[in-house]
Structures are given as C-alpha cells and as structure tokens.
Ligand binder design. Structure first.
Ligand SMILES: [Zn+2]
Length: 595
C-alpha cells in the first residue's frame, strides 16, 4: 500500500476506512495536502500544563456514572432506569435532553486510543451497548420530545461522532451497525433541506449545517448513500460558504459557535467533493475572525454572536456583558478549523491561531466539578471570575472532553517527508520513515519558558525533514541548534525547515525568546489593551478594585518562586500578573489602559 493511499485514509479521518465497503456515491480524488493528521495513538503527552489538564479530564469523564448517563434514554424506552437524574440541560425536561452522550463517548474513545487505557474502551463499549438497548423497534435515537422536536440535527451530530469514534478508536464493532439505525431512526424528525440559524435567539435553533462533516464520515464508514445525500442537502452553500468564498463578510449577527464548527463541514466537503471553494471560504472566515472578531485570547462572539466590525463593539462588550467567549465549544471549533487549514495549506499562520486559542481558551477552562457544573463563558471584563454555567451539563461539557482529548492531534503533523512540529509541549511522536520506525521526543517548559529540546531515536541513519513552526508573535531571532551546533535553516510558510540525515541520539534545540507586548481590543480603542507574552495572555490577579487599571510591560519582573508569574510595583503595592490559564477561583482583569 503506497504512502498516498495511507495519507488519504488519514484525510478521511477514519483509520478503519479500509474495512468499510466501497462508497456507492461519486467521490473525486481529494487534493494531496501538504500535511495530514497522525493517528491518535502515535502521539503522547509526557508533561506540562496540557498533560495535567488532559489527565484531570481523563479521570473526570471516566468517573461519570453510566446509569445516570443512560437514564433519560432508558426512561424513554420504558426500561428500568437506575441512577440519579442528571438534571440541567441533559434531563428529560432539560434544554437539550440527552444531548452530550455521544460527545462523552467520543472523548473517552479518543483518550483511550491515545493512552491505551482499557477502562476508556470498556466504558465506551458499555455506553454504546446501553444506548443500543434503548433504541426500540423504531430505532428512536432521541431521549425526549424536546430533543427530537427542537434539536434533532444538533444531537444527531453528537450521536454520529460518538458511534464513529467508538468504532474507529475503541474497536466497538457494533457501533458501526448502529450508524444507519440511528440515522434512519432520526429521519422522521430532521428536515429534508438545510437551513441557517441566524442569531442566538431566532428559532429554529437546530443547526442542520453542523452535520455534513459527520454525515460524510458516516457515509465513508458504512457506504450508505443516504448519509452522503443528506450531507449535500445540509451544506450551507448559498447563505454562507459561497459568499465567504467570494470574500464577503457574512459573519456579523450570526450565531458564533455553530458557524465556526460549520467550517469543519466545509473542510470535509472539500476533501470529499474536491471543490476548492470550500477552502477559500475557510480561509476567508479565518481571516475575518482574526482581523475583526477576535479578542487577544483568540476567542470571539460576545453573547455568542459575531459583532459588526469597525464600530468598537468588542470594546463595548467588555462593559455590556460577561459572556465574551463560549470557551470549550468555541475553542473546539476554532482548533478544528485551524487543523483543517494547516493540513490543506501547510501554512504556519493557521498553527499560530490554533496555538493562541488552545492555550488561552481550552487550556484556560475551569475544571468541572463531579456533578455537572461546567465552565461555559470566559469573561474578559474587569474584576472577573471564572464561573460555572447556571445550568448543569451544558453543551460545553461535551466539547471540553473532545477538545482536550484532541490536544495530541495539534502537536505534530505528517508531511510528505518527515513531520511538522506545530505545538511546543512535552510529548512524543512515533512514525515510520522509509519503512523505518522513528521516535521524536520533545522536552520543554514552553509556553512559560523559551527553550525546546527534541531527541531523535531511530535504529539506523534516516534522511527526513523536520519542520518547526516559528510563531508569529516572535520579535527576536529564534536560535536553532543541532547537536549543540548552531544552524541556519530555510523558512517555508512560517516553518523552519531542517533536512538532514538523522542518527539515533541526535538532538535539536530551539530557542523562542519571549517578551511582553500589548494588543488593543479594537482599532477604535488603541489604549485598551491585553498583555501577552509569547503565546499567552496574561491577566492581573486579584486586582485592587479601587486602583485604576494600567499596565506597563516594561515594569514587569519575574515573581519570586513562581514560574510564569510576574509582578509590577505600583506605589506601595505589588501587582501580580499570571497567564490566564493559571486562574482558578481568583479575581482577575484582562484588559487595562496602556500607560
Ligand atoms: Zn458550549
């Protein structure tokens, strides 16, 4: 089997695609992209803040009670339903009954694939079996009237993701047979044609346009043409992708998260249909998000809605709302968009955006408690706190586990020869180059520190290219050394390109000097700024509410005894500045006045 075939399978996102019957619908050959994703089991986190959060999330979702998760489905089916009610969004009278079961399954399947933890695949198998037992003769996949009448597409998308990950990643073969059953059981409730959801509060809420990515993937696994046809019907071409592809700004006023996650459906449509208009749409959306919509964290969408640009609306939002960024869902969508674009273009700029929202969005999410309380909105106004959403088990409880499980997908990418390193984090990747196994290990205290060391392990000398993303925030020259000797590398689309014959034991070090800088909230308010250092947004911790908020980057000094923390003397008082992801229950201020 040639390399190209293997790469296309990765693009299809289904490692087990070879097991599936030949798809029965036309499929153009997808473009040969410069980068592709690794299988989840090829990459391991070995330390640092990403792994610490990953381990906490792994434990938290393994601890969810299966009976409680299945209760709403069992009640619907008239089966014995032990376990306490979940309540919140998830309960039978909740906002979206039973909505996130597929996402919990999906997240656990992804973590199990990476870590090899048998408890994850066992829990995935139990939840799939428990869910299958509730479907009944009509294959009813919805937990309650509110699910099937208001949110059928939204929930179907999560069901499909859970079933596909259970099949592809946890080896639950029965999950594949459930795909057509769940889909056909949902058909009486989902519309034949797609529609847009305009604002946060304009019904219909249900988001047909988030589904095509999952539908295309389910078609690839099952060969069932009905998935493919419905994917085409739900692509939001006329109102969204077509104008975006023409360079038009159609974001203002639209519901933020669903229209960013819809761009993953554009990414999948491009791979399946071979139509480059979807790539143009994604690129333009990414550029609009970065230039007009986004806060310093990479978050966007105050009150879940895209703003009208050039009118100072981001600045206004600091005072008019505390709901600045729907953090787990929004980060998940932005990171997926970044991955699609990085693979399609090989351009490091998409890795830069991905890094920003990963470290200041997903990583900065407050941990959940044990009973359904979850972080939802990040607040970027003054004297803020990280708080739980008032209702238990919201949407962000599903994207939190999926997004953290996906951390390993964002670090390394397969290139035509060798690999690209997109994120700097203690980790390891294994792959095969010219039929020989290679391991690359990364040691670093990044993002707090500037130094990254990589070790190559291979049995005999192998020629390959290592691409290293040189971040866009860098103001000083990065220093690259191989085996202690400084080298000068070619730059290509934001990556330093190091091609050589590598020998086991070779090491490479990269210095990415970090300095403080400020970034204005918008172009009408250049004096209202966030403080950044390297990829991280810094906030003032426990600010004095009576003290006007000013920031002077050149006055900051490393705080004694706390790696990553800085202090600035302000009269008799010392102000403390820490990365946003350090904050747990303390008050903080993100934006202040430049002085
Ligand atoms: Zn959410």
């Amino acid at each position: 089997m040639g390399r190209e075939v293997t790469r296309r399978e990765f693009l299809a996102g289904a490692a087990a695609a070879a097991l599936a019957p030949a798809p029965s619908a036309p499929c153009l050959v997808p473009p040969a992209d410069p980068l592709s994703e690794f299988d989840l089991r090829s990459v391991q986190l070995t330390g640092g803040p990403l792994k610490r959060q990953y381990d906490r999330i792994h434990a938290a979702y393994l601890a969810l009670d299966n009976d409680r998760l299945l209760r709403v489905y069992r009640e619907r089916a008239g089966l014995p339903a032990p376990g306490a009610p979940m309540g919140g969004w998830y309960g039978p009278d909740g906002f979206v009954p039973g909505h996130s079961l597929g996402q919990y399954i999906s997240g656990l399947a992804r973590i199990g694939r990476t870590t090899g933890d048998p408890a994850c695949s066992a829990k995935v198998a139990d939840l799939i079996a428990g869910f299958a037992a509730t479907l009944g003769p009509k294959d009813q996949p919805f937990a309650a009237p509110n699910a099937q009448n208001v949110w059928p597409c939204y929930i179907l998308d999560k069901h499909l993701a859970g079933l596909m990950d259970a099949y592809n990643l946890s080896g639950v073969t029965g999950a594949r047979d459930l795909l057509p059953r769940v889909f056909h059981g949902a058909l009486p409730y989902i519309p034949e044609k797609g529609h847009d959801r305009i604002g946060k509060k304009n019904p219909p809420y249900d988001e047909t346009y988030v589904l095509p990515e999952s539908l295309f993937l389910a078609w690839k696994i099952t060969g069932d043409r009905a998935f493919y046809d419905r994917a085409l019907a739900y692509l939001l071409d006329r109102d969204y992708f077509d104008p975006l592809a023409r360079g038009e700004d159609v974001l203002p006023g639209r519901h933020a998260y669903s229209h960013v996650i819809a761009l993953s459906s554009a990414g999948k449509a491009r791979q399946v249909l071979g139509d480059e208009k979807y790539l143009r749409a994604m690129k333009n959306a990414h550029s609009l998000l970065q230039s007009e919509q986004q806060y310093a964290t990479g978050g966007w969408g105050p009150n879940e809605t895209f703003i009208e640009p050039h009118k100072g609306r981001l600045y206004d939002s600091l005072r008019t709302t505390s709901d600045h960024f729907e953090t787990p869902c929004g980060s998940y969508a932005a990171i997926k968009l970044g991955r699609y674009l990085l693979c399609a273009t090989g351009d490091a700029r998409y890795g830069d955006g991905l890094e920003r929202v990963l470290f200041n969005g997903m990583l900065a999410a407050k941990d959940p408690d044990a009973d359904g309380d979850y972080f939802y909105y990040s607040t970027y106004g003054s004297d803020a706190n990280k708080v739980f959403y008032p209702k238990k088990w919201p949407c962000c409880s599903g994207t939190l586990v999926e997004g953290v499980a996906d951390y390993v997908r964002n670090i390394y990418f397969r290139a035509k020869e060798g690999i690209a390193v997109n994120l700097y984090a203690p980790s390891q990747v294994k792959w095969t180059e010219h039929s020989a196994p290679v391991t690359l290990s990364q040691e670093t205290d990044y993002p707090l520190g500037a130094s990254v060391t990589m070790h190559v392990a291979c049995n005999s000398p192998i020629a390959f290219t290592l691409q290293l993303r040189i971040p866009d925030w860098l103001t000083a020259t990065p220093v690259l050394r191989v085996n202690g000797k400084r080298i000068h590398s070619e730059m290509r689309q934001g990556f330093a390109v190091v091609r050589r014959t590598w020998t086991g034991g070779d090491s490479l070090t990269l210095e990415l000097p970090q300095a403080f800088r400020t970034e204005a909230i918008d172009e009408l308010h250049p004096e209202t700024v966030a403080l950044l250092r390297g990829p991280l947004v810094y906030v003032e911790r426990e600010p004095d509410a009576n003290d006007p908020k000013h920031v002077r980057p050149d006055a900051l000094r490393p705080a004694a005894g706390a790696s990553g923390a800085f202090a600035a003397q302000s009269g008799a008082r010392s102000r403390s500045y820490v990365p946003f992801y350090f904050i747990r229950d303390e008050r903080y201020t993100m934006y202040s006045q430049r002085s």
